[in-house]
Design a protein around this ligand. Structure first.
Ligand SMILES: [Zn+2]
Length: 130
């Protein structure tokens, strides 16, 4: 006699197996992407959402290509990380000051930027938290 639980467990096991198969297919079907910026060739899955628009291997290369085009020179990875760290610190400071009750305009003055920009950063940060 087949019970509900037995059949359901069997079906769920089969579904889990198939889901793993799909994951493997998505991971294994890669093509060679030659980055025009760093000239490195990397394996990229054809199932990455962004891939059909993808030209560069990373956001750093995209940014550097953009800077090259503008004639600004490129940043090293170290410099980019340093800048990201600084941006993160400013974001944290904005949250902190806001929690202390400062207005967006006052925070903006402190960081030499507009009230709108501070508001933007703040709402983006708080949205990510929840
Ligand atoms: Zn690259």
């Amino acid at each position: 006699m087949k019970t509900y639980e037995d059949v359901k467990a069997k079906a769920e096991k089969e579904i889990a197996r198939l889901e793993q198969c799909i994951k493997d297919v998505k991971k294994n079907y890669t093509y060679d992407l030659k980055c025009p910026q760093c000239k490195e060739t990397k394996q990229v899955s054809v199932f990455l959402i962004k891939v059909q628009y993808k030209i560069y291997c990373s956001d750093n290369c995209r940014a550097n290509a953009w800077r090259d085009k503008k004639g600004l020179g490129t940043y090293s990875r170290q410099e980019l990380n340093k800048r990201k760290q600084k941006r993160d610190e400013i974001k944290k400071e904005i949250i902190k000051l806001r929690n202390e009750g400062l207005t967006f305009a006052k925070i903006g003055t402190k960081f030499n930027t507009s009230r709108q920009r501070v508001e933007q950063i703040y709402s983006k940060m708080t949205k990510n938290d929840s």
